[in-house]
Design a binder for this molecule. Structure first.
Ligand SMILES: [Zn+2]
Length: 355
């Protein structure tokens, strides 16, 4: 499990999409399962999609929605036309029978009002209400709840009844990342569908869908650092990221890393992406992922040589913890300063949460 694997749906910019089941990379078993259960007429209920960011969960959710709502091709053929009104509206996120909610950018969890309506209109609006309404155009409703990683207990409790007994004409797709991170109450009420891409398929996805031109070695390296997160891998593969990686690694490789230089290089990298807080967070997350990979490799090398390298271990721990701090919205300037100081000193810097 990679520490860099949590990511909000709204963190990602518009991604190219796969329009046909036959173009889907990897996930053959998932496609076959959907095909069989649709053909046997037993498709419905609540499903939880888990897997690394960028592995194809949203792509499959859209394909499912199109398959069920296409006006030209019956669902059991698993070949939505892509050109009818329904297919176009699903693609554009404007179909009235597809409910889609996600965590707002400025919130740390999915607000209750999104799920069950504002305080003065409880259960008169929101996800749980909307799903009970009859479909307006098609015969099915598809409800997609993104960012399940950011559901809190209270929010999850509001969902339980809906997940347990969705209306007969509705399908609920809950989308998260790491399976263990999903609340047990949600997991137990959904069929869990696991998304993973092997190395070959990850490379195909980066090349064929995201149009990245890079050699095998560069792709392998980015996929390894990204820990399976395809969005991170994409960002790591652009040219400037490589230059930055070289300068950061040069600093980390020295016998006594200089904390001032480390924080300068990190701050420069964040500043280079502009003022957008989301982009700045991504830039720092990617930088820390590079550090994590560097220290992991160093641990591996010393382990092969039969040595125990406690200091590298502490630096690795510290880097992983910095990613967690970033995920908990720690103040970035403070985080960088403390991180650089701890890395230089070779300590884990346990001092309770910062920020
Ligand atoms: Zn269609």
């Amino acid at each position: 499990m990679s520490p860099a694997n949590t990511e909000s749906a709204t963190d990602t910019e518009a991604q190219p999409t796969t329009q046909k089941w036959s173009d889907l990379i990897g996930h053959e078993q998932i496609r076959d399962w959907f095909a069989t259960s649709i053909q046997q007429g037993r498709f419905g209920g609540s499903m939880l999609f888990v897997g690394s960011p960028g592995s194809g969960k949203r792509t499959v959710a859209k394909l499912v929605a199109k398959t069920l709502l296409c006006e030209n091709v019956p669902a059991l053929e698993m070949a939505p036309c892509g050109s009818c009104n329904s297919c176009i509206q699903v693609e554009a996120d404007t179909h009235v029978d597809v409910i889609r909610v996600c965590k707002p950018d400025n919130k740390s969890s999915i607000p209750l009002s999104t799920l069950i309506g504002e305080r003065d209109a409880r259960m008169q609006e929101g996800f749980c209400h909307d799903i009970q309404l009859k479909p307006l155009i098609g015969t099915r409703k598809i409800a997609i709840l993104e960012d399940a990683d950011f559901l809190n207990e209270e929010g999850a409790n509001c969902l339980l009844k809906t997940l347990e007994e969705p209306p007969a004409d509705a399908v609920i797709l809950v989308i998260g990342t790491v399976e263990q991170q999903q609340l047990p109450t949600i997991r137990s009420r959904c069929r869990i569908i696991r998304f993973s891409l092997n190395n070959e398929n990850s490379k195909r996805l980066l090349r064929e869908v995201h149009q990245i031109e890079a050699n095998d070695e560069q792709l392998d390296e980015a996929i390894e650092i990204a820990g399976g997160n395809m969005h991170t891998a994409q960002r790591l593969l652009d040219f400037e990221a490589n230059e930055f990686r070289d300068s950061l690694l040069k600093l980390l490789l020295t016998q006594h890393p200089d904390p001032v230089k480390i924080s300068r290089v990190l701050n420069q990298q964040i500043d280079s992406v502009g003022k957008d807080p989301k982009k700045r967070r991504h830039a720092l997350r990617d930088a820390l992922a590079i550090a994590v990979q560097h220290f992991r490799r160093k641990m591996r090398t010393t382990a092969y040589a039969g040595r125990h390298d406690a200091q590298t271990m502490r630096r690795l721990d510290r880097s992983i913890r910095a990613i967690h701090e970033l995920d908990r919205n720690a103040n970035q300037a403070t985080l960088i300063e403390c991180y650089a100081a701890d890395i230089a000193a070779g300590i884990t810097g346990e001092r309770g949460g910062i920020g």
